[in-house]
Design a protein around this ligand. Structure first.
Ligand SMILES: Cc1cc2nc3c(=O)[nH]c(=O)nc-3n(C[C@H](O)[C@H](O)[C@H](O)COP(=O)(O)OP(=O)(O)OC[C@H]3O[C@@H](n4cnc5c(N)ncnc54)[C@H](O)[C@@H]3O)c2cc1C
Length: 383
């Protein structure tokens, strides 16, 4: 009997696995793939994500430090840099492999190449069925990502308006050429499709190029991606990969009586930026903090509710404002972009969001009372 069984060795499962080892819980983490494995991702690790780790990332994992944002909209471009770092570029196969090593270091047992097929809550424990054997644990944490099916026992499957589709490819390039094009910024294109964006991120000897949007607004993602690549001068025959990504800010049930969903499985992704790694790491840690208290202090099972409460307080409430922001922006895209390009302060404060200096809520609270003033200055600057 384990205290805890964790499904999935992505950032959510790994952060849960590491903390569980540190807290002295008898834990098994099961990952279906053999690491390192490819994971479709832009690879932008925000400052928030880095700040959740209890160790520094080595240079072999960090590829580029990002200080700025370049935004394209129709014929206009706006670019701004901060004096502080807002993100670090990583390759997910390398990052996830490193995070999984940090799980083993903390004393948690890890099994890769084994797939969890199902589980059953049995009163005083959970029975877990894999393609190899049956396990028992007092608690199960599900960090299976957005694709797995286990989460459907705890929460309903998302409608098309509640998740996005992202497609990505890696375009190989010499570092000197990448440096000349964009060395320390993330490039975002807001004119690719409704309720989404395209990106070009600089990495070590490649660009991550991708598109993502809400599934109900994106009927042919591969066609949109091919057009985006072509428009930006990428004319090779690239392998396109991707999958769904849940939109945070939508009410979802994330706990059973002995089961907790974390990361993408719980739907913890910023619906404006599509950033999920930070919330995957943090939700994995919160889940273990709550479970460890129940196990070590013999608390009642209903204390598992604390997981929902802490997640809501730390980031789920903010997702609701991110969802309002994305809807507002895509309802009035021309106005929003004029607002960004025409008023230095509006752009400056906007770029504070990925750097964790501002939340969507405080940005909206700052912007809304000033809108009439900015609207007036945007209109008068046209004449
Ligand atoms: C194209 C794309 C680009 C993105 N770009 C960014 C970005 O730049 N920055 C950012 O912050 N976020 C980005 N995201 C979101 C980010 O990738 C996710 O939010 C993050 O990976 C969630 O981590 P996770 O641990 O919850 O899930 P995952 O990283 O998906 O990990 C889940 C793991 O569980 C394993 N697994 C699944 N089912 C089972 C099973 N039954 N048994 C055992 N193991 C199982 C899988 O093999 C996998 O290793 C992007 C997403 C996409 C699709």
């Amino acid at each position: 009997m384990y205290d805890l069984l964790i499904v999935g060795g992505g950032p959510s499962g790994s952060s849960a696995g590491r903390l569980a080892g540190q807290k002295g819980l008898k834990t098994l983490l099961i990952e279906k793939e053999t690491f390192p494995r490819y994971k479709p991702c832009g690879g932008a690790l925000s400052e928030q994500a880095l700040s959740c780790l209890d160790f520094p990332l080595p240079e072999s994992v960090r590829e580029r430090e990002i200080f700025g944002v370049r935004i394209h909209f129709k014929e206009s471009v706006i670019e701004g840099y901060k004096s502080y770092r807002i993100a670090t570029m990583v390759t997910r196969s390398t990052l996830d492999n490193y995070l999984l090593e940090k799980v083993k270091e903390a004393g948690t047992e890890v099994k890769t190449g084994e797939k969890v097929l199902d589980y059953r809550e049995k009163g005083s424990f959970v029975e877990i069925y894999t393609n190899e054997q049956i396990y028992r644990a007092k608690f199960v944490i599900i960090g299976e990502g957005s694709q797995g099916k286990l989460k459907s026992k705890t929460r309903k499957i998302d409608a098309k308006s509640e998740y996005g589709i992202c497609i990505v490819t890696e375009v190989e390039e010499e570092n000197e050429k990448i440096d000349r094009y964009i060395s320390r910024a993330m490039e975002i294109h807001f004119d690719v499709m409704e309720m989404g964006y395209g990106w070009i991120f600089p990495h070590e000897k490649y660009y991550s190029v991708g598109i993502g949007a809400f599934a109900n607004k994106l009927s042919d993602p591969k066609r949109v991606m091919r057009e985006f690549l072509k428009k930006n001068g990428f004319n090779g025959n690239y392998r396109l990969r991707g999958h769904t990504i849940p939109a945070g800010g939508i009410k979802r049930n994330v706990i059973g009586s002995r089961v907790v969903l974390i990361g993408d499985a719980a739907g913890f992704v910023d619906p404006f930026a599509g950033e999920g790694i930070a919330y995957a790491i943090r939700s994995g840690q919160i889940a273990v903090e709550v479970i460890a208290e129940i196990v070590h202090q013999n608390k009642e099972l209903k204390e598992l509710r604390d997981y929902e409460i802490i997640c809501r307080r730390e980031f789920v409430n903010n997702f609701k404002y991110a969802l309002i922001s994305v809807k507002m922006m895509h309802r009035f895209p021309d106005f929003f972009f004029k607002l960004l390009t025409g008023n230095h302060e509006v752009f400056e404060k906007f770029t504070e969001i990925p750097a964790l200096k501002k939340q969507y809520r405080s940005y909206l609270e700052w912007l809304l009372p000033r809108l009439p003033k900015y609207l007036l200055s945007t209109m008068t600057s046209r004449h």
